[in-house]
Write a protein that binds this ligand. Structure first.
Ligand code: FAD
Length: 522
């Protein structure tokens, strides 16, 4: 099908009376389709060709700003009829690193126009507990604001909340709550999805479960999430927020593992994360980044025998003001067995909202110095527990030097909190670590983008030997993808054939090629 015919069909789908076709100059302008309906632009494509990574730049032919689910259905169906290798990518907020939400010469759907949040404090006949229905283009920060009005909150988070619901659910969505509640994809009751065939489907663990689990962690390959139903629980008013420094990696990981392995009947922290810090006074990843107020820590307090890198654990416990004494007793009891340096523990109390929204303050501060919109050659890995000590010796201690530019996260999660039926790939071991190298390539200082990417390649080649998995995986060819998925690959291919047989969706992931003939389901 030619481009001309494609737009004719699409416009018909959008219900436009005046066709607009064949007039090149109008295609260069903003084109309005439908009565008060979707908007398809061929000129303002620059944003859709950019993402947080600032590494890849693949220009789409156009950008769709849908006003309803029907607009998305129309576009996907029309793309399915096209013989011109047209692809479609849903874009949450483009916080991907490597072009995953881009669509070279295709159409990017700007999901930010798909809004809507409905909180159901009592649930409904199908779902008796509290939940929220959130549109796929909503930001988690707005979901939080809406649920807090009812004293409720989602249970599982990401560290940063200006991410879209559809975007994080296409990956996993992890943070310090994952050890307890699993990733965000484990806290979804139901999805409304537009499949790659242009079918609008409501799915859940009991209704069309194959699609439901395929989409969760499915890298956008099987459908576009238009609404997600997310479990809620009571929100605490406040949070006790603790950071404690270690010089010894073994003590640090042993304590983290102990904290996430408590039986469900035992009182636990609500959030457990950890960081590697450099033994210098860099405000972003040196020891100065640990205390809540600068005067709480100075160089003389750092032990003389500390090595080139140190570590800190980050914990929280929620409470309501009236219960502060009970909370303090519980927290002290939970901290008692830990082996951090006793003089290097820092504590503050903040509102629950302030804690969850903590990275936004960093964003504002970096933005004001022009340091937020820079290239981000981030690398996120899942490392099996059995290899984490080796990883510390070979990577943290050897690769991280004084001007390593960005935070490094290290925290364990429990595999049994991940639903095996979802699409994401994780290590086999019962416990594994998230290790995130969140580096920035600054314009005037620090290592260059190229040298940071070379470091990533070195880390990845070492990972090859220890069965680690990439989170937000990036590969260049099908053989690498097959290796990434391992025994899950055949199933992934079969699901693709079932739900997006022409490989229209999420081409920026670079897994399948449009109209590629896929192996038949057995
Ligand atoms: P995009 O980057 O726009 O899209 C990601 C992928 O999902 C693309 O393939 C896209 O096509 C697809 N997609 C988008 N919307 C939909 C939809 N509605 N339906 C189907 N597919 C869709 N992640 C964590 O897990 N934990 C963290 O703590 C965390 N912290 C972060 C902090 C910062 C500052 C940043 C920039 C990112 C962080 N992330 C974290 C990563 C984040 O989860 C990913 O960037 C993710 O891609 C979500 O971003 P997005 O909503 O902008 O999605």
């Amino acid at each position: 099908m030619s481009w001309l015919l494609f737009f004719r069909v699409f416009i018909v789908h959008c219900g436009l009376i005046d066709t607009l076709l064949g007039r090149r100059e109008q295609q260069q302008q903003l084109v309005w389709l439908g009565v008060g309906g979707c908007r398809l632009s061929f000129s303002d494509t620059a944003d859709a060709a950019r993402d947080w990574g600032r590494i890849k730049r693949l220009s789409p032919a156009g950008v769709l700003y849908p006003e309803s689910v029907d607009d998305i259905v129309s576009l996907v169906r029309t793309a399915g009829l096209s013989t011109s290798n047209l692809t479609v990518a849903a874009k949450g907020r483009g916080h991907s690193i490597n072009g995953q939400a881009q669509a070279p010469e295709g159409i990017v759907i700007e999901m930010s126009t798909m809004r809507g949040i409905k909180v159901m404090p009592e649930g409904d006949a199908d779902c008796p507990g509290p939940f929220v229905d959130a549109a796929g283009g909503e930001l988690w920060i707005d979901v939080l604001k809406a649920t807090l009005k009812e004293g409720l909150t989602p249970r599982s988070w990401t560290d940063y909340l200006y991410l879209s619901v559809g975007g994080t659910l296409s990956n996993a969505g992890i943070s310090g709550q994952t050890f307890r509640y699993g990733p965000q994809i484990n806290n979804v009751l139901q999805l409304e999805v537009v499949t790659g065939k242009g079918e609008l489907v409501i799915c859940s663990p009991s209704k069309q479960p194959e699609l439901f689990f395929a989409v969760l962690g499915g890298l956008g390959q099987f459908g576009i999430i238009t609404t997600a139903r997310i479990v809620l629980e009571s929100a605490p008013q406040q949070v006790r927020w603790i950071r404690a420094i270690y010089t010894d990696f073994q003590s640090f990981t042993r304590d983290q593992e102990m904290l996430i392995s408590q039986p469900s009947t035992t009182e636990t922290f609500d959030y457990v994360e950890g960081f590697v810090i450099i033994n210098n006074d860099n405000p972003f990843n040196g020891w100065k980044s640990v205390p809540f107020a600068p005067e709480q820590l100075n160089r003389s307090m750092i032990p003389e025998d500390a090595g080139s890198v140190m570590y800190y654990i980050e914990l929280t416990k929620g409470f309501d003001s009236i219960d502060i004494h009970a909370m303090e007793q519980k927290v002290e009891k939970m901290l008692a067995p830990l082996n951090y340096i006793q003089s290097l523990r820092f504590t503050t109390d903040v509102s629950y909202f302030q804690f969850l929204n903590r990275i936004h303050d960093v964003e504002l501060s970096l933005s004001s110095h022009g340091l937020w919109d820079v290239p981000h050659p981030w690398l996120n890995l899942f490392i099996p527990r059995s290899s984490i000590l080796e990883f510390n010796t070979k990577v943290f201690k050897q690769l991280i030097n004084q001007d390593f530019s960005g935070p490094i996260l290290v925290y364990p999660v429990n595999r049994d909190k991940w639903d095996n039926r979802a699409s994401g790939v994780i290590p086999e071991e019962s416990m594994f670590y998230l290790v995130a190298f969140l580096r920035n390539a600054l314009p005037s200082s620090g290592p260059s983008l190229k040298s940071q990417m070379d470091d990533n390649s070195k880390i990845l080649s070492m990972c090859h030997d220890i069965s680690c998995k990439q989170y937000f995986p990036t590969y260049n060819n099908p053989a690498q993808w097959e290796q990434h998925f391992g025994s899950q690959w055949q199933n992934f291919v079969e699901l693709k054939q079932t739900f997006d047989p022409h490989a229209i969706l999420a081409p920026g992931q670079n897994i399948f090629q449009r109209n590629q003939i896929l192996a038949s389901p057995s």
